[in-house]
Design a protein around this ligand. Structure first.
Ligand SMILES: Cc1cc2nc3c(=O)[nH]c(=O)nc-3n(C[C@H](O)[C@H](O)[C@H](O)COP(=O)(O)OP(=O)(O)OC[C@H]3O[C@@H](n4cnc5c(N)ncnc54)[C@H](O)[C@@H]3O)c2cc1C
Length: 619
């Protein structure tokens, strides 16, 4: 262990992850905490890290309140509808009422916004989306964070949260290692804001072998946002609510601009509108939810999946009409150049010119994230002016561990935040974290050197496993006493795929399959003690895997608990195929006991605050 130098830092606010939420948190922390010490720690490099790394072509969450285009209430109704009723409306409203100001700052900081030439307003792609020239989106928000932080640490992966030793259930910082130097880093902190993105690669991806790593969601999003809080006993919510995306096949290029701006549409192999065909069957499962407008994302997936199972595939996006218009053709291509160049390359390799050939679509493997059309994540306090007692415990976006805050994909229950909403939520969390410190809630913290040394030993164990175990290899690379991170990852992905509702079963699972999945995940956890890493990069892979495995256990426990099929098209409980509002119109909340590793589950009421308030005002 002596080989790895330890660096110590003490700070007021530690931001884990410098993506959209993390940069927002770092920026806002400085605004309210002028004299505070603020550190942001990032696994990659904040200039090009997170899901927005390559850029975006649209900001997907902008109200347009200055022009009375939408109000926060409208967005709450929209997210509630899309998530089949299951959202934290206090969190959604709070984000929506602040998001426009964040977008206005992006423009001030130099992000090129597309404008409607006639009205001068931001050019709308859809009701909530505005179009940008967004290749430089991430470097721009990174610059704001860099100017705000006392220090940004790049290339450090946070592996564990530290806990205060004087007061139960209070955070004390975090530890991690530098993936280039191998040094160990201890950050003692009064508050920690976890903003480490969502989780890809927990389910087996469609692209394996030569295409491995080609997923819709960022392959480096490894569930740290969930595993770090789960490990210290923070409560989580809606972890069963994984997301499945309908995207262009193989390249996973985005379809939003195509549907909304180019007005393209989908059809089955016979040129039919297949969505209509599945209307009655879907109504049987979910009742009147199928009549909602817009049709919830999961139900559109459902029609796609059913049509494919019934033999109506491949499903195509009809681009050949829109692409005859030279302007729309340019928009169609530019849409990829700013964020998914790979899709254009895939089409070139498959001889597809969307002007003459309708490209194929597919549904992705499931991902876990809290900021897109889904809302898995941590159970957090809402704002004091909006939240009912069950949703409020003092500080906005604080988890059920004192001093531990979350934002973006980390936070559950608040879907459709996207890039701008995640940045906004980071700001909200940082403001509350500053107040927590000012209220003297972080006084007398103690994090002993022993606690840090224990973690240091754990963190480097995979290197030791490899060093010792590799001596036993007599041929090839197969070791009798350790598994490599890639072997562990593939085992995890198969368990999740085959038992928890991945692509292998057309997203189908049931209690028996989940029970078996949980057993296999537990054994995997045992074996992960024996994961071996040959260098620091593989050490990162080992810890990414451990975080993914813990996240997966939580997802599986939640999926087991909710005995209904709330989101057909995201996953199916074959033993409870119907949506069941009588018993399951509620949020699910879990807690893993850090001592025993056992999960406990509870139902928490879902409050429809927006329209309740309106009803009260009217009466
Ligand atoms: C493919 C795709 C397309 C999208 N398209 C759009 C769009 O067009 N418009 C839009 O508005 N939104 C879009 N989004 C949504 C948007 O990107 C996310 O909502 C947003 O990035 C979430 O912010 P975040 O900070 O939670 O996560 P991220 O921005 O992903 O940031 C997480 C950060 O944490 C770091 N990290 C992870 N683990 C650790 C660790 N253990 N230690 C230290 N650092 C760590 C990561 O490296 C990363 O920098 C898209 C998302 C995806 C995946």
């Amino acid at each position: 262990m002596a080989k790895h130098k330890t660096h110590y830092e003490e700070c007021d606010i530690l931001v884990v992850g410098g993506g959209m939420a993390g940069t927002g948190a770092t920026f806002e922390a400085r605004h309210w905490g002028r004299d505070m010490k603020i550190i942001c720690v990032e696994k990659a490099n904040i200039d090009r890290s997170g899901a927005v790394a390559q850029g975006l072509y649209a900001i997907n969450c902008y109200m347009g309140m200055q022009w009375d285009e939408n109000q926060p209430e409208d967005h709450v109704r929209y997210a509630r509808n899309d998530l089949m009723g299951m959202v934290r409306e206090d969190l959604g409203y709070d984000m929506a009422r602040h998001v426009d100001s964040a977008v206005h700052m992006f423009e001030e900081w130099g992000l090129p916004m597309m404008k409607n030439e006639e009205t001068g307003r931001y050019l709308r792609e859809g009701k909530w989306q505005i179009m940008i020239h967004g290749e430089s989106y991430k470097p721009i928000v990174a610059e704001a964070a860099k100017k705000s932080a006392d220090k940004i640490y790049n290339r450090i992966m946070i592996t564990h949260l530290l806990m205060d030793e004087t007061q139960e259930n209070r955070v004390g910082g975090a530890v991690g290692f530098n993936m280039r130097t191998g040094d160990f880093h201890v950050f003692r902190a009064k508050t920690v804001i976890v903003a480490a993105g969502g989780a890809s690669h927990i389910f087996k991806p469609r692209a394996v072998g030569e295409g491995m790593g080609r997923t819709w969601y960022a392959p480096w999003s490894n569930g740290s946002a969930y595993a770090l809080p789960i490990a210290v006993g923070a409560k989580m919510t809606q972890m069963e609510n994984r997301i499945v995306l309908c995207r262009f096949k193989d390249g996973y290029g985005p379809v939003g601009a195509y549907f909304l701006h180019l007005k393209t549409y989908t059809q089955n192999a016979n040129g039919e509108n297949y969505e209509k065909k599945w209307y009655e069957q879907t109504k049987e499962l979910v009742g009147e939810y199928i009549d909602h407008h817009p049709t919830p994302t999961c139900l559109r997936n459902h029609a796609f999946i059913q049509e494919t199972i019934a033999g109506g595939g491949p499903i195509h996006m009809v681009t050949t009409e829109a692409f005859q218009d030279p302007h729309l053709e340019t928009v169609g291509w530019e849409n990829f150049l700013g964020m998914t160049v790979g899709q254009a390359v895939v089409w070139a390799s498959q001889n597809i010119d969307p002007k003459y050939t309708n490209p194929e679509l597919t549904t992705s493997e499931p991902y876990v994230m809290g900021s897109h059309a889904t809302c898995s994540g941590a159970w957090v306090s809402g704002p004091e002016d909006l939240s009912p007692p069950e949703y409020f415990w003092g500080y906005n976006r604080m988890l059920t561990v004192d001093g531990l805050f979350g934002a973006g994909d980390t936070v559950g229950g608040s879907a459709h935040k996207f890039s701008s909403g995640s940045f906004t939520e980071g700001r909200l969390a940082a403001k509350a974290a500053v107040k927590y410190i000012e209220d003297k809630k972080a006084e007398g913290l103690k994090v002993s050197d022993n606690q840090c040394e224990d973690f240091k030993e754990k963190v480097y164990k995979p290197l030791e496993n490899y060093t010792v175990g590799s001596n036993e290899i007599t041929g090839g690379t197969v070791s009798p006493s350790y598994i490599s991170p890639i072997q562990g990852l593939q085992r995890l992905q198969r368990i999740m795929d085959e038992y928890v509702g991945g692509i292998a079963t057309n997203y189908m699972t049931n209690a028996n399959m989940l029970k078996r999945g949980l057993e296999l995940l537990e054994w995997l956890q045992e074996d992960l003690e024996k994961v071996g890493a040959e260098d620091y990069h593989q050490l990162m892979r080992a810890w990414e895997l451990k975080h993914r495995a813990l996240t997966s256990q939580c997802v599986t426990e939640h999926t087991m608990f909710r005995e209904e099929t709330r989101w057909p098209g995201y996953y199916y409980r074959g033993d409870h195929m119907k949506l069941d509002d009588d018993n399951w119109h509620c949020l699910t909340v879990s807690r893993r006991d850090p001592e025993t590793g056992k999960f406990s589950m509870e139902k928490v009421p879902v409050y429809h605050i927006v329209d309740e308030n309106e009803k009260k005002k009217a009466s």
